[in-house]
Write a protein that binds this ligand. Structure first.
Ligand code: CA
Length: 232
């Protein structure tokens, strides 16, 4: 499970820049520009860490921070305040409102990423999903088992991770490069053909017990989809 970083920031260009850099680091990102909606979104999405702008329309960052700290179910989520004000007095105000850290704009991206990482060390692990279901395919994530209907299907660890990625967003076409990066990891050198080999194995194991829902999209990649057509 990826950590979710929630950015509460009304300045669009800054939010976009943060989103880009945080996603590159492998985080899920949700941006909320409206102060009035922020609290409800925090409660609904339960981010692992919050980047909170000081100056927001409607509700200020300080107010939002106080509200977060007053709610037992979300009060432990780390909050990093972002502010254009560099004054010591504001820093004290931010921290006394319950912020865990305080970053003054303009800040460097590596600096901010380091602060996020520090806060995540003390953040609770994201709630793991227990199962993924697509048609008659069911993945029990805590037991790491795959079933088609009632039939247990043995998959190798790579095929399991591949299937999990596809099943997390049915219909989405994942490029070979994306799959390589997210299933195999950044530091391992494998050719993109390797993806094809493992998809073939995955298909072989799955399709023995039902229709082929893995779609090959020529020159693009793979998806899990109800269209059981393949272009191989
Ligand atoms: Ca602002």
């Amino acid at each position: 499970m990826k950590h979710l970083v929630m950015i509460i920031e009304d300045e669009e260009s800054l939010a976009l820049m943060l989103r880009y850099n945080l996603e590159k680091e492998g985080y899920e990102v949700y941006v909320e520009p409206r102060g009035s909606k922020a609290l409800a979104e925090v409660e609904r999405r339960r981010p692992s860490v919050i980047l909170l702008d000081w100056m927001l329309p409607e509700l200020s960052g300080v107010d939002i921070c106080k509200l977060i700290r007053a709610k037992p179910d979300i009060k432990n989520i780390p909050v990093i305040m972002l502010t254009a004000k560099g004054e010591e007095e504001d820093k004290v105000k931010g921290l006394s409102a319950g912020a865990d850290d305080y970053v003054t704009k303009p800040f460097s991206v590596p600096e901010l990423l380091a602060r996020v990482k520090t806060q995540l060390r003390r953040a609770p692990e994201p709630l793991a999903e227990k199962e993924l279901v697509f048609k008659d395919i069911r993945m029990d994530l805590s037991e790491k088992k795959v079933f088609r209907g009632e039939t247990y299907i043995h998959l190798g660890p790579t095929e399991f991770r591949l299937l999990k990625m596809l099943m997390e967003t049915p219909g989405k076409v994942f490029s070979r490069e994306y799959l390589l990066k997210n299933v195999w990891g950044d530091n391992i050198y494998v050719e993109s053909r390797t993806v094809d080999v493992h998809i073939r194995r995955l298909r072989k194991s799955l399709n023995e017990y039902g229709a082929d829902y893995i779609r090959t999209v020529r020159a693009s990649g793979y998806a899990i989809d109800v269209t059981p057509q393949t272009e191989e």
